[in-house]
Design a protein around this ligand. Structure first.
Ligand code: SF4
Length: 962
């Protein structure tokens, strides 16, 4: 049996039915743990192998880059050698591809680029006077509410509601309004409709697209240009959509357009796991699918490979409280999951006197389970509804030396080290913000005794000064009451403020943050112990970099105000959840736990008003009747919370613990979550108040207990070539860059290289095989310059002059590139920025090659662009990267690579072409394996040398050599 036959033989009946579905619409109702990803990959494989469909004629849409990458990886491994799937995308990735190619067909500027919410916030702030608010007067007066307005516009785009639609809706309301109440509501709606129009104009005037635009303009394009729609329908013979229950209306509309009459559309989802209404997802999509496609076949997958039957039965009893608003009732199907695990699984419910006792008992139980020898730490997770509950578990885990990892999509701004950084930024933005100065005095670099702080406050009060003025005064004219240590701290802080103020005036925010982190935080962090802190600081730095990519002249004030406005709007700071295989207990919010599974799950903090949470809704809701689903409906909110609880329950394989408590320090005793009795059939064990002492007693008992421990730093299993090279240069540098991910100041030249790559990618895109006739204009200098202007940015250069020199240099390089291309003849392009992965031993190597050409004899040529120093002839040590590309590309396309080219912008003869030497390829593989083995040993010793001079981390490194 070949691999494909083996895979097919492993499928159960319903999985096979979904995989082998012929043509026409298909609804796959895939319960938790029933193997939906396997079905998606195998269906792709089946279409390719059995129906001879080109994998690039199958569009698979997923949520989030991570899911798309994982699916793509699995598909590439499963597909026959030489075939790969380039159309496994996120919805936004698909929109980006459509608009990049056809944006001009609906009048979008060729310079239009998608920008992050943060950049849009700044655009709105700068154009606030263009809005005319009366009802929402505070929106026009303070930019603090702009994030709420942005959220409102984002919801409209989720629903594919245009400014014209909104205006029409508002006009109809004006005509029908009766009575004062309705008139005021209409005034609100009219104002918002006008604001939406202004918002879209601001975006277009600045050549910006928000996330929603990627979908809304794509829909507009396909509706208004039937020729383009026809071409894409021809391209995508089959469409699959993952997590269909989480699609919004715009996403579904786009899919329906592409699927057309033939509707070879397979959607996979589970209405009971729809938990993203707050992000605009519309449960009605999955509920309506059969109404939209009455001919659709339904396959229900209920064979569960994750949890014991007891757990599945309990989850089913619980979610049935959402009846009749469930697919099971609506479609008259049976969704009861059937376990394939031999153990039935256990459910334990505990109610504690207080929250500290809860955390303590959970931590003790985790230690006991681990000691039983049956469980690794990573087999267990504590789930909570809101990240606020995590802290007491962190403390208990530290007390008992339990290695843990905290995973949450939100809460970045409340992590203590981030809070310190934000406060310091606030202080630089406004010296007189005394609270920010006070918080800065608690950072390890300037820590000041309480008595000294009191003295500072006294001086400030006496003179009616801000704390900053008092600080300055005390440094220059010390009072007798300030200690010597306090004086040193005050002097250090003042010196830092002065230094960083200069940087803030002259340089980009990311440069400022890199300097602050370097000066204030690194000296107090241990690179072996504090890697989670490094990562958190890196998140703030990354946010600044992203902002600068869209708004090159963004300044400190913008950044600080942006964070404050996000906090104001209830956004605690998003951060990517990095899930690795480290042997740690995971502390994770239920939202972030979606798609994960653990042998033992503790659902904690299950008290009234925490889970289910209170319905906060949008601050500026869509008017009733405008969206697909009414907002602010408390029953809908409760159902969504129930689904979230259900998702939490179904993460557990062997054991599920549900824990609650009565006292959390407030005036009123807490009640256990009303969801616990809804499960039915479980008995809660209550722990007595008297036996455990008061929370204060226990807190005091723990004062002298050991300090926090840190989980082992996770080592990667996937490597890029440059990561391995970094390790070879200096293992410590590898640790700084690839494990701790420290923020670094991006040098202008690096940015220049990245920019040239992006420009050439877009410029050469028309040469890719698409079946469309290529116009003369497509490869002209004029078009090159247009693309150049689109990507040019002066951010990252030290001086204006340096920026100007690079601006001219880039144009010169472009003109030469066109000349060389003309002299060599128009290439037959197979791919641009082609990503690949291949296995090396038990590890994975990944990379991306700039360009793949097909040569007349059918072999391939790889081209790498280089803006750095050129080489004269190919020497093994300098061509290793291209040799690696050869291995990856041959595995990807199943065709030999016969030619390698370095296109060196700086060289007199830019085109350096040579044939790969097979012996060198083998040598490279051996070297890479040896390097990876060293990394796995955890050897990150410093290796100083002349390269220290160019090392981005020299300031954080005590071994740096001059
Ligand atoms: S400064 Fe030198 S020794 Fe330190 S990390 Fe960088 S390269 Fe390694």
């Amino acid at each position: 049996m070949d691999n494909f036959a083996e895979e097919m033989a492993r499928l159960n009946d319903s999985q096979r039915e979904a995989v082998e579905h012929n043509t026409g619409p298909l609804l796959i109702v895939a319960g938790a743990g029933t193997g939906k990803t396997r079905v998606l990959v195998n269906r792709l494989l089946y279409l390719v192998k059995e129906r001879q469909v080109d994998p690039n004629q199958v569009l698979i849409l997923t949520f989030g880059e991570k899911a798309a990458n994982e699916l793509s990886e699995r598909a590439d491994q499963a597909l026959p050698l030489g075939q790969s799937s380039d159309w496994i995308r996120t919805f936004h990735g698909l929109g980006r591809a459509l608009l990049n190619r056809h944006g001009a067909d609906i009048g979008l500027s060729p310079h239009a680029k998608q920008v992050e919410d943060t950049a849009i916030w700044i655009l709105l702030k700068r154009n606030i006077e263009l809005f005319n608010f009366k009802y929402y007067k505070q929106l026009g007066q303070s930019h603090k509410h702009l994030a709420d307005l942005q959220k409102h516009f984002s919801r409209l785009k989720d629903e594919n509601i245009s400014a014209e639609d909104y205006k029409k809706f508002a006009s109809a309301q004006v005509e029908s309004a009766k009575g004062l109440d309705e008139e005021i509501e209409v005034e609100r709606v009219v104002e918002l409709a006008e604001a939406y129009q202004v918002y879209n104009k601001i975006l277009l005037d600045n050549s910006c697209l928000d996330y929603g635009d990627l979908l809304c303009y794509s829909i507009k394009l396909l509706k208004e240009r039937p020729n383009i729609l026809a071409a894409w329908r021809k391209q995508f013979k089959y469409i699959m959509v993952d997590e269909f229950q989480d699609t919004n209306r715009a996403q579904y509309e786009l899919v329906k357009l592409l699927a057309g009459e033939e509707a070879n559309l397979a959607v996979v989802g589970d209405d009971d796991q729809a938990i993203y209404k707050f992000r605009g997802a519309s449960l009605s999509n999955i509920m309506q699918f059969k109404a939209d496609y009455p001919q659709a076949k339904t396959v229900v997958m209920i064979d569960n490979y994750r949890s014991g039957q007891n757990i599945l039965d309990a989850a089913y009893r619980f979610i049935s409280h959402n009846n009749p608003d469930r697919l099971e009732i609506k479609e008259n199907i049976d969704k009861r999951l059937v376990a394939h695990l031999p153990e039935a699984g256990t459910i334990t419910a505990w109610d504690f006197p207080d929250s500290l006792a809860e955390a303590s008992a959970v931590a003790t139980e985790i230690v006991a389970l681990h000691k039983s020898g049956e469980m690794d730490w990573k087999d267990m997770a504590v789930l909570f509804r809101s990240h606020a509950a995590a802290d007491r578990f962190v403390k208990e885990f530290s007390r008992l030396n339990i290695p843990y990892q905290y995973l949450a999509h939100g809460g970045l701004y409340y992590r203590p080290i981030v809070l310190q950084l934000i406060n310091y930024l606030r202080l630089l933005d406004n010296y007189h913000e005394s609270m920010a100065l006070y918080k800065s005095l608690s950072s390890p670099s300037f820590i000041m005794e309480h008595l000294d702080v009191l003295e500072l406050s006294r001086v400030a009060r006496e003179h009616q000064w801000s704390l900053f003025e008092a600080l300055k005064h005390v440094v220059h004219e010390p009072t007798s009451k300030i200690s010597a240590g306090g004086l040193v701290s005050a002097g250090n802080l003042l010196a830092m403020i002065e230094k960083h103020t200069v940087i803030a005036k002259e340089k980009a925010i990311s440069v400022l943050i890199a300097n602050i982190v370097n000066d204030i935080f690194y000296p107090h962090l241990d690179r072996d112990r504090d890697w989670p802190q490094f990562r958190l600081l890196g998140q703030i730095y990354a946010k600044a970099v992203t902002l600068e990519e869209s708004i090159a002249d963004a300044r400190l004030k913008d950044f600080v105000e942006l964070i404050d406005s996000e906090l104001e709007a209830g956004d605690s700071g998003r951060m990517p959840v990095i899930i690795d295989d480290a042997d740690t207990v995971k502390l994770v919010t239920v939202h972030s736990a979606k798609g994960l599974e653990y042998k033992y799950v503790f659902m904690a903090d299950l008290v009234d008003r925490r889970f289910p949470s209170n319905d906060r809704g949008d601050k500026i809701p869509l008017p009733e009747g405008l969206g697909t689903e009414s907002v602010g409906n408390s029953e809908h909110h409760l159902q969504e919370e129930r689904r979230l609880f259900y998702v939490g329950m179904t993460r557990a394989a062997k054991g599920l613990y549900l824990t609650s408590y009565r006292d959390s320090g407030g005036k009123l005793a807490k009640k256990p979550s009303k969801f616990i009795p809804e499960i039915g059939g479980i008995v809660t064990t209550s722990f007595d108040f008297d036996t455990t002492g008061t929370p204060l007693d226990r807190a005091i008992e723990r004062l002298d207990e050991p300090a926090l421990i840190t989980p082992p730093i996770p080592l990667p299993t996937k490597f890029s070539y440059s990561a391995l090279e970094t390790y070879n240069h200096c293992p410590l540098q590898f640790k700084f860059r690839h494990l701790l991910k420290l923020p670094i100041e991006k040098k202008g030249l690096t940015g220049f290289g990245d920019m040239m790559h992006k420009i050439l990618e877009e410029f050469l895109t028309p040469l890719l095989p698409s079946g469309e006739e290529l116009s003369e204009e497509a490869l002209s200098e004029e078009r090159f310059l247009r693309v150049y202007e689109k990507y040019w940015t002066s951010a990252g250069y030290e001086t204006k002059q340096e920026a100007q020199e690079h601006y001219q240099l880039g144009k010169k390089y472009g003109r030469r590139f066109l000349e060389v291309m003309k002299a060599k003849g128009r290439p037959k392009l197979l791919g641009l920025e082609v990503g690949f992965e291949f296995a090396l031993g038990e590890w994975t190597i990944y990379s991306k090659v700039d360009r793949v050409d097909e040569l007349p004899d059918g072999t391939l040529r790889l081209i790498d662009y280089k803006t750095g120093e050129p080489m004269e002839k190919p020497i093994y040590d300098k061509i290793k990267q291209l040799l690696l590309y050869k291995i990856g590309v041959e595995k990807k396309y199943g065709r030999p690579v016969s030619s390698l080219v370095y296109y060196q912008f700086k060289a007199e003869d830019e085109w350096l072409e040579f044939a790969p030497n097979p012996k060198e390829v083998i040598k490279l593989e051996e070297e890479m394996l040896a390097t990876i083995k060293e990394i796995q040993k955890g050897n990150f010793a410093h290796k100083p040398g002349f390269l220290c001079r160019y090392c981005d981390f020299r300031n954080a490194c005590e071994f740096a050599q001059n």
